[in-house]
Design a protein around this ligand. Structure first.
Ligand code: ATR
Length: 282
């Protein structure tokens, strides 16, 4: 049994963290592979000081690494001794790996999103529209560029924030009120705003100009089928939901810390969907 008598330890640091599906994903893969390992939610209060203390503590306990979620993704980059290009470019990290040389920051949200899109199409197209301009939009922009998408439009309620991202990553700025018209040229449409999440208002957008061949992605998984994805699927568009991105980003961490080849498959998805239903999150 890999890991021998000493279980491999990893986890997720966030605030809040109790709702995270990552422990279930990693436990499922560890069980499938017969790996002696535990992936533990670690509640770390919001400040950088608390985060640094928490990371020092899990390193003392011998953790191989931790995933990092809200509100610590920028803290993780600051805490790390070194970072991948992806994390440095995103300005945020969702993985810290602890080794003899120190803490290494990486960002698997980028590769996770790219893998989720690639599941639907090996050739994602030449042009994309990103809605929103927060941390998730940065990761999505980098993922789309890695996929070879040549033209990326970005629209955000607060124009200045989209403008800053457009400048940093070479994107084209579109007005928030022009978002429906901007759909006409897009092969990929990605909602990174909080609109459409449980408890939030829906994203108001007119899909009538969108190509039927376009892929529509939403990065949240509560609800799993957001009003945007539902409307897109009803007109025959392919969709990518937040659960696909979550499972793929988890795969990078699992390979890194536990080893083996974690499968993102229908059985895992069905288990996570059941769990969301059990929690009344769908
Ligand atoms: P994340 O790091 O997950 O991207 P965030 O940084 O809080 O989260 O970003 C939330 C995004 O949702 C922002 O683009 C935000 O737009 P603003 O920059 O204008 O705040 C967008 N958003 C949230 N509520 C919105 C609303 N009611 N209408 C339009 N956009 C909204």
């Amino acid at each position: 049994m890999a890991g021998g008598h000493h279980p491999i330890l990893a986890g997720i640091a966030g605030w809040p963290v109790a709702h995270s599906l990552s422990p279930l994903i990693h436990a499922t893969w560890a069980k499938r592979a017969g790996i002696n390992g535990y992936y533990i939610p670690v509640a770390v209060p919001p400040s950088y000081e608390e985060f640094a203390r928490g990371m020092d503590a899990v390193r003392t306990l011998g953790f191989a690494g931790v995933n990092v979620t809200i509100p610590h993704k920028e803290h993780a980059l600051r805490y790390a001794d070194a970072a991948s290009d992806a994390a440095a470019r995103a300005g945020a990290a969702n993985m810290l790996t602890f080794g003899a040389e120190g803490a290494f920051a990486d960002n698997s949200d980028i590769a996770g999103f790219a893998a989720a899109v690639r599941e639907k199409s090996s050739v994602p197209g030449a042009s994309a529209l990103i809605l929103g301009a927060g941390g998730a939009a940065r990761a999505v922009a980098l993922a789309l560029q890695n996929l070879g998408v040549a033209r990326i439009d970005i629209a955000n309620r607060t124009r200045e924030k989209a403008g800053a991202l457009a400048k940093a990553f070479g994107l084209s700025l579109v007005g928030w009120s022009d978002r429906s018209e901007a759909l006409a040229g897009a092969d990929l449409v990605v909602n990174t705003t909080s609109l459409g999440m449980s408890g939030e208002p829906p994203l108001h957008i007119d899909l009538s100009l969108m190509r039927t061949s376009a892929i529509v992605a939403d990065i949240v998984y509560s609800p799993l089928e957001t009003p945007l994805l539902k409307a897109a699927a009803a007109r025959g568009n392919r969709t990518v939901d937040g659960l696909s991105m979550l499972m793929h980003q988890a795969g990078f961490a699992f390979r890194q810390w536990f080893g083996g080849e974690p499968a993102v498959d229908d059985e895992l998805r069905a288990m996570l969907v059941d769990e969301l239903k059990r929690r009344g999150r769908m």
